[in-house]
Design a protein around this ligand. Sequence first.
Ligand code: CU
Length: 490
Amino acid sequence: MDWERDGMTRRSALYHSAGALALVCSFDFDKRGTAARGKTSANLRSQLASPFEPFQRDLPIPAVARPVRATKKLEEYVFDMKPGTADILPGLQTPILGYNGGFPGPTIKARRGREVQVLQRNQSGRSLNVHLHGGVTLPQFDGHPHDAIPTGEERLYKYPNVAHSSTLWYHDHAHGETAQTLFAGLAGFYLLDDPDDNHLDLPQGDYDVPLMITDRSFNKDGSFRYRLDLDRGFRGDTILVNGAVAPRMKVERRLYRLRFLNASNARAYVLKLGNGRDMIQIGSDGGLLPAPVRRKEIPMEPAERVDVIVDFRQFGVGSKVILHNQGGEPSTSAVMRFDVVRGSAEEARIPKLMREEEELPEVNAERSWPLTFQGLAGGASVWQIGGGGFSEMRIDCRPRQGSTELWTWRNLSNRTHPMHMHGYHFKIVSMNGKAPHPGDRGWKDTVAVYPNETVVVRPYFDHYAGLYVFHCHAAEHGDMSMMGQMEVVA
Ligand SMILES: [Cu+2]
């Protein structure tokens, strides 16, 4: 199936791409569309089309949060975690749980060297907490699963922003309930910028675009439909980018920085642009790579981030460039579309070198962690790390602050586990005996351990000492109960 329409007219491309997609919808929308016709005749055509057809809506960009107070050294924010509604399907309101009642939450733009404090007020009706994913924070601000904010109460989180520039995100981490709260909408971007990177002339402003990719299913009334699948994790039949069904985005013929985040519960994506045009990867979880890496396909497990530059000068005005999910079913194979609408003057460039390789301290310990699906007495099964499920009573290891270690994830199951470490970053040493892809050689906080494979990583326990968790970021796996604790000792 050829969805790529480089150089074709907009009209024919629109018809072609819409017709080519066999969409598996979770319910029949024609009835509701017919009923709604009388109400909004102005938008008749979009009412008649299935709301699950891709490229009908413009890409929303999550609002940038405004600090309530800001100095050179500190920015303060106040967020309310509360129920709200999202405009995802035409004519329907989708109930969500969100930061300030929105999905995605507001984007925090932070600067290296300037602290951010977020007062999180929990008005959700349930216990929550907040984890800044990829953040380097003291343990009391990390969102340990048992460190909850009861509903009606608030908590001040302090983020020192001592790490390099990187695409982070914040989300709920309530013990055993993250699959539900993440699914309900509690996720937002946190973009950490380092003024020292300004000389790289990367695309900025409107040309620096955060893209939160999630999957959902819907009930007839427009609400999210969740079905627990402890084995595979939740997999929806509809792709949302920044909360819109496979949207379209008008772009100019110039360089764009696209910051991909997989904020799905458990779905992995393999991103491919058009017929396989290059995306120039510049960053991963822990920030900028040493040098750009050209990629035609980018696999993304839950919680991973990949920053790319796309050069839209290679496409003519009028081109429609689809971002595909190579790993998807028919209804989840289109992620979004870029519509090239006009030329533009270029201010950015593709840098040759971005970041120096750090020298690491010697390896201080080696640890091996089998990942298993374990049957329990009574017939239930749980996911485990190192032969145990999560217990706040157990500390699985005590690395020394300032050291590096070698951790071997041995996946003895037939599901992929995106293994995530709080508080620190690691380098991937090998993936099933092979050197990692150049795009995976930067600092990481989440790594895919594929079924029956082995991944060796080298965490660097720099910055703060204290108690942090590490876990599988397939949310259903982490909840039940693929999570361990490490206490980094000074
Ligand atoms: Cu897992």
